[in-house]
Design a protein around this ligand. Structure first.
Ligand code: ZN
Length: 70
């Protein structure tokens, strides 16, 4: 993935599973040092969980709103 600030290639500095369906990745830019977090969820799980609004979807929403907590 490329940097959101300068578009240079980034590396994954941390990767962990969350809620059994999501993978949270912390990226660091090799060029400018900018750091950002992404959440990877399959489209299947994304649609299923956000429709149901169950525990896992709330956890993912919390994660999206507060990525620094994870
Ligand atoms: Zn950068």
């Amino acid at each position: 993935m490329n940097c959101l600030e300068c578009n240079a290639p980034t590396r994954v500095v941390d990767s962990r599973k969350k809620g059994g369906v999501a993978v949270v990745r912390r990226h660091g830019c090799r060029s400018c040092g900018y750091r950002f977090t992404t959440v990877e969820v399959s489209l299947y799980d994304f649609e299923r969980l956000f429709k149901k609004k169950d525990m896992v979807s709330r956890e993912i929403v919390e994660l999206i709103e507060n990525p620094e907590l994870f």
